[in-house]
Design a protein around this ligand. Sequence first.
Ligand code: HEC
Length: 172
Amino acid sequence: MSAEQDSEFFRSFAKVIATLVGVTVLLIVIANSLFGDEDPAREALARERATENLSPSFAVRLSGEPAPVLASAEASGGSAESGGVTEVRSGEQVTQAVCIACHQGNFLNAPAVGDAGAWGERIDKGWETLVGNVTDGYGNMPAQGGAASEEEIRAAIEWMVESETGLDVPES
Ligand code: HEC
């Protein structure tokens, strides 16, 4: 290849590159003039959707955090004045919302709903001991005081022991 052919080639090549750059700039200008309007409504919508997409679709409640207020408690006429924590949930509601995860089976040796043998060993301790152990935590069971009020814990034990297992809760 001669030097003249070389420079000829570079000149044509430079023209092609220049043309392509020109076309690119032209396309950017056209695209901007067509779609580049900074519509605040559109921007807000895009932001909202991005936030939606980033928020988790479910959450794990670690024991000790307050339990979510049940929809049914609100539907049954709970007052909204008490800042979201409406009324006292029933023993069954508390159990289903908080306790059942462990007390459904014998998870970590938890006395299971309906297991008369397992509950029988526990209820001899006395009512106040049981309630205190649930509120403050006992053995493998983390404290439940943050997830349910004491009244609710009492109701939940009653429901699990009396209604579902057929045993009597101790007197005191
Ligand atoms: C994270 C799992 C878990 C949750 C949630 C849980 N428990 Fe337990 N519970 C246990 C385990 C495990 C034991 C057995 C503890 C041991 O003996 O080491 C237990 C024991 C008990 C006992 C017997 C305590 C004793 O002194 O022998 C009662 C009563 C009880 N739970 C009630 C409840 C109630 C009511 C709730 C809901 C408000 C609840 N538990 C939520 C795991 C759980």
